[in-house]
Design a protein around this ligand. Structure first.
Ligand code: ACO
Length: 212
């Protein structure tokens, strides 16, 4: 059973997921894309072409997939397409990540080097916990959420699906980030964040409410 990494965008995030998968001992079949016209990203991993061609050849051979792109919406779209085809999503956990044995990691989720997932934390499907980011005890990250490098969720923080926490941002204990909330780089979040809101600064304040 091998892993197929589905690229969205430039392939930079895919290169990080690829390295984590190889270092964790997974067999990687190669990279694929949703778009038949997509070109292989410039790093050393076999290029399998479009997902459509792979599906025509038969996904049933037991390969598993992970969508590898920073965009939450695109990761969701790729993952949901794969699931609709009956494909199985795999999670990738870098061997230098620290994951509590009582934590739960959803399918299609990437936990990258230096990340820490604390006791009883729950990560949904298609989540990214990027380099040195952490989800402390009893935290929850909803489906297709994205914690950028160094982002910190204190104990008991809950993120609804589609959330984004920028590089080196911190969220104080027990807070709730509603669906598609965006926390800017370096922010310190001291209050709950409303759905589709973007907050920045210390303490974090809203710069855009509602979908852009
Ligand atoms: C491996 C990797 O690299 S993972 C990727 C890591 N990337 C990140 O962490 C990026 C995080 N993104 C940000 O912080 C972005 O600035 C966002 C999402 C908060 C806002 O982006 P946009 O929606 O494009 O907003 P925009 O750039 O128009 O900024 C709106 C206002 O907020 C300010 N602002 C934006 N980001 C921040 C921030 N992080 N801290 C403080 N102020 C900020 C802007 O200066 C601007 O203020 P102004 O209206 O007074 O000029």
């Amino acid at each position: 059973m091998a892993l197929i990494i589905v690229v969205g965008g430039s392939g930079q995030h895919a290169s990080v997921v690829y390295e984590a998968a190889v270092l964790s001992g997974m067999a990687v079949a190669g990279l694929a894309a949703m778009d038949a016209a997509a070109v292989a990203p410039a790093f050393d991993c076999p290029w399998l072409g479009s997902l459509g061609a792979i599906a025509d050849g038969g996904i049933a051979r037991g390969d598993r997939f992970i969508a590898a792109c920073g965009s939450n919406a695109l990761r969701r779209e790729i993952s949901e397409t794969l699931l609709a085809w009956g494909a199985e999503l795999a999670s990738v956990v870098h061997p230098a990540a620290i994951v509590s044995p009582s934590a739960c990691i959803g399918a299609g989720t990437a936990v990258l080097a230096g990340a820490i997932i604390g006791p009883r934390a729950v990560l949904g499907c298609g989540v990214i916990v990027n380099h040195a980011a952490s989800v402390d005890h009893d935290g929850a990250v909803g489906d297709y959420g994205n914690l950028c490098p160094g982002a910190r969720l204190a104990g008991g923080v809950r993120m609804a699906p589609g959330g984004f926490v920028g590089i080196n941002a911190a969220v104080l204990p027990g807070l709730y980030l509603a669906e598609n909330a965006v926390v800017g780089a370096g922010a310190v979040v001291t209050r709950d964040v409303a759905a589709d809101d973007t907050v920045v600064g210390i303490p974090a304040v809203s710069v855009r409410r509602g979908r852009p």
